[in-house]
Design a protein around this ligand. Structure first.
Ligand code: ADP
Ligand code: MG
Length: 301
């Protein structure tokens, strides 16, 4: 998944050997999801699925099916702002290679956009199979990290770990209550300079952040970031970061990307419609808009 992984397990000091086994088990779960859902591994289930676009239904693994069904639901709820078939546009804009320095011609954008859309992904729940239309491809970059965090947390829970935190590239899930009795607290990175714009505290669930500051290029003084609005075919402008707190890390991951595309008004309205979700959108002008929910506290500087 081309990102960092931090796992923290809390056990009584006398159980430190057990805690080390917990770390290994949680890491293995995430590595397995990566082997299935990465676009950068030539033999991942996702790459093999994409290779069968236009060839009819393909049976998929239970995890792949679960993620694709969730992706379908987030696509619907976001009015198409979240769309895992965005691959041809991400490719055209050069974000898989990270070497593009110019804006593609508008007719190329239109051509790629015709290959994007959730109507090009057919899901057959009874057969646990999916079919991709010709020249369409799936990118799970905005949802699979969250799913992997949920699976790692479930593994730790099954091992009777009392408290833990899993951070996969800014997709953070927690298990149990912090041993010191305080809520979990995550710093909110300033999208434009080193340091924090504040923090968010919560008792359970997950947090994810999408930003325009890690993967982007600049051309003629304009910043083009790796999150693309599938409705226009252009990288999102005007939003610098979104952070979402949700009951699951998969929901937080997908909603942070959806909120990034939708912007403060529609993005926070979407978050407000999801039970247990809260979030914040930082504009490129530095303005911060917040949507709260019970049990979540934002502190802004
Ligand atoms: P990150 O991968 O940096 O944690 P996100 O979770 O927001 O950030 O996912 C962004 C990635 O998702 C992009 O790099 C791209 O691969 C893919 N993507 C881009 N635009 C969209 C979109 N509108 N809907 C779904 N996935 C997208
Ligand atoms: Mg995301």
């Amino acid at each position: 998944m081309a990102t960092s992984l931090d796992i923290t397990v809390y056990r009584p000091a006398s159980h430190s050997a057990l805690a080390e086994q917990d770390l290994i088990a949680a890491h293995a779960v995430i590595a397995e999801i990566d082997r299935m859902m990465s676009l950068y591994r030539p033999d991942s289930e996702l790459v093999l699925l994409n290779a069968k676009a236009g060839q009819g239904p393909v049976s998929v693994s239970a995890p792949m099916f679960e993620v694709l069904q969730a992706a379908n639901s987030f696509a619907r709820r976001s009015g198409g702002a979240f769309d895992v078939t965005v691959t041809p546009l991400v490719e055209l804009w050069g974000f898989y290679r990270n070497d593009r320095v110019v804006v593609p011609p508008q007719d190329a954008i239109e051509e790629a956009r015709r290959r994007v859309g959730m109507d090009r992904l057919t899901i057959d729940a009874a057969a646990r199979a999916v079919a991709l239309a010709r020249e369409t491809a799936i990118d799970l970059g905005a949802i699979a990290k969250g799913y992997a965090v949920d699976r790692a947390i479930a593994e730790l829970k099954a091992r009777d770990v009392p408290a833990a935190l899993v951070d996969l590239g800014g997709n953070i899930g927690v298990l149990g209550a912090r041993p010191d009795g305080n809520p979990w607290k995550i710093g909110l990175q300033d999208p434009r300079k080193n340091g924090l714009i504040g923090s968010v505290s919560f008792n359970a669930g997950a947090v994810a952040t999408s930003g325009d500051y890690d993967r982007y290029f600049e051309h003629d003084g304009q910043r083009y970031s790796h999150i693309i609005d599938p409705r226009t075919g252009w990288p999102v402008s005007g939003v610098a970061a979104t952070t979402v707190i949700a009951p699951t890390a998969m929901a937080a991951d997908a909603l942070s990307t959806a909120g990034f595309v939708l912007g403060p008004e529609a993005g926070l309205a979407l978050i407000a419609s999801i039970p247990g979700a809260a979030g914040l959108v930082v504009g490129t002008d530095g303005r911060v808009a917040v949507q709260g929910t019970g049990g979540v506290t934002f502190e802004l500087r």
